[in-house]
Each structure stands twice: as C-alpha cells, then as structure tokens.
Design a protein around this ligand. Structure first.
Ligand code: PRP
Length: 214
C-alpha cells in the first residue's frame, strides 16, 4: 500500500501540526522547514509529509497529490477547493478582521463606502463579507504586507487575519470589525477518503483522542 501523504503548511502552523501528528502516532518522524527538504517519510507508519505553501495545501489535496492536509479555515474558505473537511483541530486560532488606521474617523464597516479601497489576501472572503452587509467597496488583492497598504494610500482598510494583534498594533491599525474566527482543519481528498477510508478514519480517531486529552 502507498504511503498516506499529508500536506502541511510551512510557517507558524507547522510545528503544532507536526506535534499533533506525532502525538497521534499518525506521523512520528521529525519535520523541519529550516532545510530545503520538502518530503519527509515515516516508513514505520507508512506515512509521508510534504511541505507546501499554506495557501497551496487545498490544491495538493484536491488533486490527490496529498491524501490529507492541515490548513487554516481561512485558507480553505478563500481557496474554494473541493476537499472534505474532516476535523476542526482547534489550534492555529486567529481572527478575520477589518482594520483601518488608528487615526481614521471610521469606527465601523458602515463608515466605508463605494469609494473605499480594501486591501486583502482574501478577496473572495472579503467580497462576500462586504456584500452580505450591503457595503460596496473596491477590493484590492495583495499577497502580503497588507498592513502597509493604508500607510501608503493604497487602501483605506484591510481585511486580514490576526493572531496576537501585534502586526496591527505595530503598523498603527485599529480593528473596526471582527468577522469570524478561523482554526486549523484536517482536510481530505474525496477519492482518498473513499479508497483509504480505514487509514483516514483511524487518523481522525487518533487525532480526536489527542485533542480530547489536551
Ligand atoms: C498573518 C497576517 C498578519 C499576521 C498577523 O500573516 O496576514 O500579517 O499574520 O499576526 P499577528 O496578529 O500575530 O501579528 P502570516 O504570518 O500568516 O503570513 P504572511 O505575512 O506571510 O502572509
């Protein structure tokens, strides 16, 4: 039988994700994003971890290059990939927020209008959010360093995730709306979920036990 392949995101979610897989005995080898290595095997468990950019995890899983993946709900919502969401891992908790410069007179989302520009890495999520409130704004898609956009006049507001709040604080931004909370999820490829049901069900079971014990 092939290895059970798990796509993990490089970055801040990697360490807790590996720790959880280790504790569950789903993948028991070390993984590090300090090296250029992208594939890590655990021959005893017949499982394999591949390291990918966080936003690419759902893509690897949808196309079946990975049977399972771990990534934030924010990434899943924005990617709109066709994957099965199996488990809320209750880690990597962060909030989706709308923020403006601390000096801005705008105190809530209704203060933004059709001539307001909102910078974000999450255009789909942001567009839906503003549409649901009936607020017309122009969405400007960026790939990072969003906090800079209001400071240089590119945008009036940003939609981003925040964990500690430090990035917002350090860049003189204030939150005007808390959209929702995102946590890490275990996702599966739809075909793998049928073809490798017992392996995947066992992994879900073991991960659930780890969470219950925490
Ligand atoms: C996110 C987000 C902020 C930062 C907020 O970026 O876009 O930049 O984290 O975190 P804080 O509230 O703890 O300061 P992330 O590190 O996920 O990725 P990126 O900056 O590489 O896009």
């Amino acid at each position: 039988m092939d290895y059970l392949t798990i796509a993990l995101p490089k970055g801040r979610l990697l360490e807790p994700a590996v720790e959880m897989l280790n504790q569950a005995g789903v993948f028991t080898s070390d993984v590090s994003d300090d090296t250029r290595r992208l594939v890590f095997d655990d021959p005893d468990r017949r499982s394999r971890v591949i390291l990918v950019k966080a936003t690419d995890v759902p893509t690897y899983v949808q196309y079946g290059s990975a049977d399972l993946g771990i990534c934030g709900k924010d990434v899943i919502d924005e990617s709109r990939k066709d994957v099965c969401e199996l488990l809320d891992l209750k880690m990597g908790r962060c909030r989706f927020v709308v923020a403006v410069p601390a000096s801005s007179h705008v105190t809530d989302v209704s203060g933004l209008g059709f001539n307001s520009r909102v910078a974000t890495k999450y255009p789909y999520v942001a567009r839906n959010y503003f549409a649901s409130l009936g607020v017309q704004v122009e969405i400007v898609t960026l790939n990072g360093s969003l906090e800079l956009a209001p400071a240089v006049g590119l945008a009036d507001a940003i939609v981003d995730i925040t964990e500690t709040g430090r990035t917002l604080r350090d860049n003189g931004l204030k939150v005007i709306a808390d959209m929702w909370t995102s946590t890490a999820r275990l996702i599966a490829n739809r075909v793998s979920y049928r073809a490798r049901r017992s392996d995947i069900t066992e992994a879900v079971q073991r991960l659930s036990e780890v969470m219950a014990g925490q």
